[in-house]
Design a protein around this ligand. Structure first.
Ligand code: B12
Ligand code: SF4
Length: 478
């Protein structure tokens, strides 16, 4: 929201409505639109629960305020552009970075200029979705500063600085666009096409330091798809932030970081980098290849790297994608068993490793072998925008129950039940509400199941997790 607002801050009047913070966002949206001051409704749309607001509000705005132009952006809008535009209530989609595209679109609409020359835009041309050319990634150091102070006039900034596992006040910060890789299951690929651009270490430090000084922030979550692409940038940033006494976290690739020098990893930890999120995906090298994981990641490397990080006291947070398509039912099931065994192997080598389990939910990475296999299996995305908010498709978005034809209910149960037992035996470090006593109890009641590999119906564990509101980093933030 901040970055979208920054792009038009010098040319337009704007207001924020944060759907996460309003009890009933419609009250605010309607009030603002009734004022008659506004011509556009911009909405950032990620798959999952955000759709429950984005879809009905866009529809209602079109019905009640037909003169308002509705513009969507974000990962859902860019990847599912066809169904969004076909709805009849989304007028334009910003496809990827909106920093130039958004102000250019407003300028074109206000001055009746042609839209074709605006990069990163999707709109209906002669009734068909038309994608304009992709723009070079912007120079992040030259983008306008984010309007934190103005946001503070709508919602107290303190509300965006939550207590997390990392610290008492945690900044969310995004320091780069895209990712240089092309994993065939990843939504970043169709939008960024293997491109990555990062802000300089000094630029990141200046922003973070300003927030620290203004609001006493003591921790940072870097929400970049791949923060650690450049060792030089990571180490430079670590050296700058080292004396600020802040704790931080970011997302990375195992093969990239395994190339980091020992002294670089030591510097990261010394500077406050406590935990790093890695896409481990699977321990099977053939499957890694099929996922087009790119680079040089292998199963053995995943294991060894978890061990390597132990000596630097950095917690690896490994994410796995289970339930990917296979030739036969047996093969899909066998792969799930192998992945479960692999996860247990990692836990044995470095018990501190945090495990995040997703089930594979296809994204439209056109041209990838895996997506071709998905289509051949009969899988189809919803044809109506409203279908995306049905409970079944919400589970798809949350990567919990992906409706893929090759994944049978007993396999989904197995994944879910293993996850419950694993989270019982090794409760996540990132749950600040879970006291050491509760963790001990969870571990005790899960021990037998975990060790014996008996995961069926772990009711006693899930009941406690429900009562104690066990935190799921997968959906609540990492
Ligand atoms: C932060 C984040 C979250 C936060 C959301 C916090 C919040 N308060 O909203 C949390 C952790 C809760 C979260 C959860 C989920 N997330 Co999330 N999340 C992200 C993350 C890391 C950053 C998004 C972001 O803020 N980027 C920074 C801004 C500046 O970039 P941007 O969003 O791309 O915006 C630019 C353009 O897209 C465009 N734009 C965007 N919106 C708009 C709107 C308008 C009007 C305009 C003009 C332009 C525009 O302009 C912006 C500036 O250039 C992305 C990955 C990533 N690094 O981008 C994943 C990501 C978006 N999440 C994803 C998913 C799947 C989820 C979940 C649904 C599932 C899950 N199990 O994780 C959940 C459910 C979310 C929910 N509760 O609704 C996927 C989407 C995959 C897909 N198929 O599309 C991503 C891409 C991660 C991934 N690689 O898989 N997420
Ligand atoms: S390395 Fe991560 S962000 Fe990059 S394409 Fe692969 S899964 Fe997506």
């Amino acid at each position: 929201m901040l970055q979208v607002a920054a792009s038009i801050d010098s040319t337009h009047e704007w207001v924020f409505v944060d759907g996460n913070l309003e009890r009933d966002p419609w009250v605010q949206i309607e009030k603002q639109l009734l004022s008659g001051h506004f011509s556009y409704f911009g909405c950032t749309v990620m798959p999952g629960p955000q759709l429950k607001q984005a879809i009905p509000y866009a529809k209602k705005i079109k019905e009640q305020f037909p003169h308002i132009t509705i513009i969507w952006g974000g990962y859902f809008a860019s990847n599912q552009y066809k169904v969004s535009l076909d709805s009849g209530y989304v007028d334009y989609i910003i496809n990827g970075p909106g920093d130039t595209a958004f102000p250019s679109l407003l300028n074109a609409l206000e001055n009746k200029l042609p839209l074709d020359g605006i990069k990163n835009l999707i709109y209906l041309k002669e009734g068909k979705p038309h994608k304009t050319a992709k723009e070079e990634l912007p120079d992040l150091d030259k983008l306008p500063r984010l309007p934190y102070k103005k946001l503070n006039t709508f919602y107290a900034l303190e509300r965006y600085l939550p207590k997390t596992y990392l610290g008492k006040k945690t900044i969310a910060y995004h320091s780069s666009f895209g990712c240089p890789f092309t994993c065939s299951f990843c939504a970043v690929v169709p939008i960024y096409n293997a491109r990555w651009k990062g802000k300089t270490a000094q630029g990141i430090y200046d922003d973070v330091k300003a927030l620290k000084d203004l609001y006493n922030a003591d921790a940072i979550e870097f929400h970049d798809n791949n923060f650690f692409v450049s060792e030089k940038r990571s180490v430079e940033f670590a050296k700058l932030i080292k004396n600020e006494n802040m704790t931080w976290w970011g997302e990375a690739r195992i093969d990239t970081m395994d190339k980091y020098k020992d002294e670089s990893l030591a510097m990261l930890r010394e500077s406050g980098c406590k935990m790093i999120f890695f896409g481990a995906e699977t321990g099977n090298d053939e499957v890694l290849k099929k996922m087009d994981k790119g680079g040089t990641q292998t199963g053995e490397q995943i294991v060894k790297f978890a061990e390597r990080l132990k000596q630097f006291n950095i917690i690896p947070e490994y994410s796995f994608v289970l339930g990917i398509p296979g030739e036969t039912e047996d093969q899909v099931n066998k792969q799930i068993d192998e992945d479960i065994a692999f996860i247990k192997r990692i836990k044995k080598i470095n018990p501190q490793t945090e495990i995040i389990i997703y089930t594979y939910s296809p994204v439209p990475t056109e041209g990838s072998d895996m997506y071709e296999q998905v289509l051949a299996s009969g899988f189809k995305f919803p044809e109506k925008l409203e279908d995306w908010i049905s409970p079944a498709w919400e589970n798809f978005d949350l990567r919990k129950n992906p409706l893929t034809p090759w994944l049978k209910p007993y396999m989904i149960d197995k994944i879910k039940q293993f996850e419950v037992v694993l989270n019982g035996y090794y409760p996540t470090n990132s749950d600040v509400r879970l006291t050491p006593n509760k963790k001990r109890i969870l571990k005790t009641i899960s021990t037998l199941r975990y060790k014996a590999g008996f995961y069926k119906f772990p009711k006693e564990i899930s009941l406690l997790q429900r009562v104690w509101k066990y935190r799921q980093p997968e959906t609540e933030g990492f």
